[in-house]
Design a binder for this molecule. Structure first.
Ligand code: MRU
Length: 366
């Protein structure tokens, strides 16, 4: 995607062939800044503090994190320490585990002298594969938007939650890819953007992405979606996912479940866009998904830019109040109209996923 006319991915390798560069997502939407990751500790810290976030990008950053560790020391202990460090950064998005398992499996058998180059190569491939996967999700989801646009006067109104755009992936994004493609094709779309408290990935990141690409959108508070659906103002919902079970339950940013309930009650199709590395074939029941609990300060305070242009954090609650900060929830498969994957659109069920990914389902059960 382009920023000020220049094409960007959310992560890339610097010209020195060693340092990794990312967009600092904690600075958006007010400043566009990049951050250089020079060590595995930098990579782990960037994931933990959400300089990078979004399931696919967390996986890609972790892959480069392993490469950074091996560039310093390619021994067995260094490899295992890097994998353990990165695996402990965020618990919910399964792409992290997927990327680390992938690298570990490929690198362990190699002589130490070949490991760093192989790790950089594989991290680059994971990034390229993510772009291709998301392009395919976009094409598969585009058909759904086109169908919704048939015979309409105004734009197709799509509600999305959190940020599942190109910033959350390497490029294109998952939930937003079909919307970018529809917009580029001249199909009028308008996006209702859930602000997504407490970290406001919708208000800060999705709104910024859509504005940069010229896609009409309106930011709404997280509680507004149900009302809009009752009034017929939402034609379909599309969200991303951090982990989808083999039976089609979807774990995504906190609040996704409530949108799915409201969509079900109002007959609004609720789609979830997912790249195949986000499927956890080892889990059947979404209730088993580890749910990240984050610092209560994210709920108790809010950060923004004041009238003088200064970034500032203010308290929202009485001094003694405590907060709970569950970062994800699980939407049961029965509330998901369909899954939009890189191989096509399927029912959110074991049969649906097995139909599209027979070889992976079989490998997981053997
Ligand atoms: O806590 P975050 O910002 O990493 O959560 C991200 C989400 O919940 C996204 O919807 C999900 O990762 C899908 S991103 C393509």
């Amino acid at each position: 995607m382009k920023v000020d006319g220049r094409p960007y991915r959310s992560i890339w390798l610097d010209g020195d062939g060693r340092t990794v560069v990312v967009i600092d997502q904690t600075r958006l939407p007010h400043s566009f800044a990049t951050r250089r990751l020079a060590t595995v500790a930098d990579a782990a810290n960037a994931i933990r503090t959400m300089v990078v976030r979004g399931a696919p990008l967390i996986g890609a950053t972790a892959a480069y994190g392993v490469a950074l560790a091996l560039a310093d020391d390619a021994g067995d202990a260094s490899l295992e320490d890097a994998i353990a460090l990165l695996a402990g950064t965020r618990p919910t998005a399964v792409n992290l585990r997927w990327a680390l398992e992938d690298l570990g499996r490929r690198l362990r058998p190699l002589p130490a002298g070949e490991r760093a180059a192989a790790a950089y190569r594989r991290a680059g491939e994971i990034c390229d594969e993510d772009v291709a996967i998301n392009r395919a999700i976009g094409e598969n989801g585009l058909a759904l938007v086109e169908r919704a646009a048939e015979g309409r006067q105004g734009p197709v109104n799509v509600l999305t939650h959190c940020n599942a755009g190109w910033l959350a992936a390497v490029d294109w994004g998952t939930a937003l890819a079909p919307l970018y493609m529809a917009h580029d094709k001249g199909i009028p779309v308008h996006v209702w953007v859930d602000e997504t408290r407490p970290r406001n990935q919708g208000a800060a990141l999705t709104a910024w992405e859509l504005a940069s690409h010229g896609v009409p959108h309106t930011v709404i508070v997280d509680n507004a979606g149900g009302h809009l659906m009752q009034r017929g103002m939402v034609d379909l919902c599309i969200t991303g996912t951090d982990r989808t079970t083999a039976h089609g339950d979807v774990c995504n940013k906190i609040g996704t479940y409530l949108k799915a309930l409201a969509a079900g009650d109002n007959g609004v199709p609720f789609y979830v866009a997912l790249p195949h590395p986000t499927i956890d074939w080892s889990l059947a029941d979404g209730a088993e998904t580890p749910i990240e609990q984050r610092d209560e300060d994210e709920v108790l305070t809010i950060t923004g830019r004041d009238a003088a242009g200064q970034e500032t954090t203010v308290a929202l609650t009485p001094a003694g109040s405590r907060a709970a900060n569950y970062a994800f929830d699980v939407t049961p498969a029965r509330l998901v109209t369909a899954l939009i994957t890189d191989r096509g659109v399927c029912e959110a069920s074991e049969q649906g996923l097995k139909g599209l990914f027979p070889e992976r389902a079989e490998a997981a059960s053997s």
